[in-house]
Design a protein around this ligand. Structure first.
Ligand SMILES: C[S@@+](CC[C@H](N)C(=O)[O-])C[C@H]1O[C@@H](n2cnc3c(N)ncnc32)[C@H](O)[C@@H]1O
Length: 296
């Protein structure tokens, strides 16, 4: 993607209003495991509206988890992610900075960051090699990365019902190969497996509920990344209500005007993966193989 993706900008208010907050116990887990101190700088890459960044700033009681949080976000159209992030981070004054940048070009100084955090965004950081190089450049020697991801629990009946109804009735859902997030490759990408050094990671899994009215569920479904990768923005709203939302509420709302969608919340901590330059023998073997296949 380019520096600004309008599809994320139009979803900025949904990210603010509808998507559930990150779990404070998982933020505490990261602070403790990475040994973050009040002198450290945290960078939230793909910060969006600052939902995760906020949780690393000094809180109202004066407890300080770090010195400063820098929010790096590429989607900077008017009223989009960067604007929302500025608004949300303003109360933290000098403890928070918002910059326009992306994973391969953060604009941050060499060795200036102790902890990189990523919230529901790691799967966008492809190909991994230039991203890891940039992360290594900005991280201190002992710097770490923490990747947060939340997704509807594929084992929950309500999530399976939602998925089935969307698949059967919504063309845009089918045409973007949406799958339930139970595919091992999808979970691995969302958890940043391509960015983390294998076998040096530690993770924590928890559960949270997103409780929504019909209108909130519609907005969530219309926003990017609601299920796996795409939004129902071009789908007829009346059809989504009739075929998807109303039947879901009829079955699961149990006489209230809200439903709860169970989500899995995962955080993985580790070192940034090291991409070694190819040694000359490996390069020669690769070139010979490619020549044989005519792909030079
Ligand atoms: C699903 S949103 C998550 C936003 C935020 N971290 C949160 O938890 O609410 C993904 C974010 O990643 C950003 N993004 C996408 N590709 C990116 C890239 N190559 N570098 C940095 N950010 C990127 C998008 O603009 C969007 O704000």
């Amino acid at each position: 993607m380019g520096l600004s993706d309008p599809n994320f900008d139009v979803s900025a208010t949904v990210y603010n209003d509808i998507r559930p907050p990150y779990l404070s116990e998982q933020v505490d887990f990261v602070i403790e495991r990475t040994g973050l101190t009040p002198d450290d700088v945290v960078a939230d890459i793909g910060a969006g509206t600052g939902k995760l960044s906020r949780m690393f700033t000094p809180n109202e009681s004066g407890k300080t988890s770090c010195k400063q949080v820098i929010c790096v976000e590429p989607s900077n159209q008017d009223g989009g992610m960067v604007d929302e992030c500025h608004k949300n981070m303003a109360p933290y004054a000098t403890a928070a900075t918002v910059v326009t940048g992306e994973a391969t070009a953060t604009g941050l100084a060499d060795k200036s960051v102790k902890l990189i955090v990523i919230g529901d965004a790691a799967h966008w950081f492809q190909p991994a090699e230039p991203v890891c190089k940039e992360f290594k450049r900005i991280l201190k020697e002992d710097g770490k990365m923490a990747v947060f991801v939340r997704f509807p629990d594929p084992k929950a009946e309500i999530v399976q019902d939602l998925h089935k109804a969307l698949k059967e009735n919504c063309k845009t859902y089918r045409s973007t190969a949406n799958k339930l997030v139970n595919d091992i490759d999808i979970v691995a990408k969302k958890s940043g497996e391509h960015l983390l050094e294998p076998e040096l990671t530690t993770s924590s899994q928890s559960y949270l509920k997103a409780t929504w009215t019909k209108e909130e569920l519609l907005r969530y479904l219309q926003s990017r990344s609601s299920t796996n990768s795409w939004a129902l923005e071009k789908e007829n709203e009346a059809l989504i209500y009739e075929k998807v939302i109303d039947p879901l509420f009829e079955k699961h709302a149990r006489n209230t005007d809200k439903i709860s969608i169970p989500h899995i919340s995962l955080v993985t901590i580790g070192k940034v993966r090291k991409y070694e330059p190819l040694k000359s023998a490996e390069r020669r073997d690769r070139d010979q193989k490619n020549a044989g296949e005519g792909i030079l």
